[in-house]
Design a protein around this ligand. Structure first.
Ligand code: ZN
Length: 387
């Protein structure tokens, strides 16, 4: 509120608060004035530093409980000046995480009030499908859906617009489909590899759809799973889930290699490999899921999402680092072999699914499972209802 207005405004603010005690002071975006002093970025620090100094002085000036409580909000607690966080100043921190399902539902109710929504849309289902979305993301989702509705000349938002809006926000804008070409076939084999493994591996989340309609940001297609929001919200992944997830993620490359050979493999799998390394490292270093033992070698840093990843320190020797690398490679290799084997053993099915994907461009999970069931037995999985 008082950015750039300076120290005198801070003095006035606290004077007013004392006159009106008991009283709450709320400072939004405290990092605007409360940034670490002396960083010297961007110039004009003098004014801001004076403001901050005044704020610190005023907060120290409290004698006992004089009925003033100061609350501040920020997205960047990591850049705050250490003096602000000392006892007697802001001594209690509350992290407001991304909302859970109930929270998302409540937020959706608020943002849907001023929109015409078809009765066939269930906010409950949207809340279940959007783990990790913040309040702003959810507001944006409903706005996107409303724009699509207007563009399609519909009277109210239907599940189709919600679906497309979720994809648009999580993956990217749709582009025109590729002409049938070798590239298109390669992408189709890659995505079918993911989709088939998601369907056949007993512990991976079930397939929602697979598509080769390209998206902005260089995405040729994608295979999408129905996310298990309870697991995502709680962060409680099992070892079996992690391994199947690594295998599924390697399914794209496995399928390319089985069909086109090592020489033809594209760079399209580089994102996949990054994800695999990530999960495998976590298994070895954080969750004690390998024979490296029951030690957390890397502490889970709660604040990573707040831009404080520089705070993670490695708590192990160089020798251990080599062992971890070896372990990560071992896990990835083992999963890759499983992926190759499943693709190889189901080659007829893979070819048929690829032909269908090229013809239809998108295969929904249900249709996909029906076809797979003609060839082999499906593992039992709980299917969350999609909208
Ligand atoms: Zn992939």
């Amino acid at each position: 509120m008082f950015v750039g207005v300076g120290a005198s405004r801070v003095r006035d603010l606290f004077k007013k608060a004392k006159d009106n005690a008991p009283c709450l002071i709320f400072i939004d975006e405290i990092d605007a004035v409360g940034r670490q002093r002396g960083a010297g970025i961007g110039g004009g620090n003098d004014e801001r530093e004076q403001t901050l100094n005044q704020l610190l002085t005023e907060m120290d000036g409290f004698e006992g409980n004089n009925g003033i409580i100061i609350i501040a909000a920020t997205n960047r607690p990591d850049v705050l000046d250490a003096a602000l966080l000392r006892p007697g100043r802001f001594d209690r921190q509350i992290i407001v995480d991304a909302p859970d399902r109930k929270g998302r539902l409540a937020i959706l109710k608020v943002h849907s009030q001023n929109k015409k929504i078809d009765p066939s849309v269930s906010l409950e289902v949207i809340a279940r499908r959007t783990p990790g979305f913040t309040g702003a993301d959810l507001a944006n989702l409903l706005n996107e859906a409303a724009i699509l509705t207007a563009r399609r000349r519909k009277d109210s938002i239907t599940p189709a617009e919600i679906d497309d809006a979720i994809d648009r926000l999580t993956i990217g804008l749709t582009l025109n489909p590729l002409m049938d070409s070798k590239k298109k076939r390669l992408i189709a084999y890659h995505e079918i590899g993911h989709a088939l493994l998601a369907t056949l591996l007993p512990h991976s989340d079930p397939l929602n759809k697979v598509t080769i309609i390209p998206r902005s940001g260089g995405i040729g297609g994608f295979s999408q799973q129905i996310l298990n929001e309870e697991v995502i919200d709680s962060g409680l992944y099992t070892r079996a889930w992690m391994k199947d997830n690594i295998t599924m993620t390697l399914g794209g490359k496995a399928s390319e290699v089985e069909v086109f050979g090592e020489a033809e493999v594209t760079g399209g799998a580089s994102g996949d490999l990054k994800m695999v390394t990530n999960i495998a490292r976590k298994m070895a270093t954080m969750y004690g899921m390998t024979d490296l033992g029951l030690i957390a070698l890397e502490s889970q840093n709660q604040d990573v999402f707040l831009g404080r990843d520089w705070g993670t320190r490695n708590e192990y020797s160089e020798e251990m680092a080599i062992k971890i690398d070896r372990k990560v490679r071992e896990i990835a290799n083992e999963c890759y072999q499983i992926a190759r084997k499943i693709i190889r053993e189901n080659r007829d099915l893979v070819d048929r699914l690829v032909d269908l994907l090229i013809e239809q461009e998108t295969i929904e999970g249900e249709q996909f499972r029906k076809i797979v069931a003609e060839y082999t037995q499906l593992p039992e999985k709980e299917l969350a209802k999609s909208s």
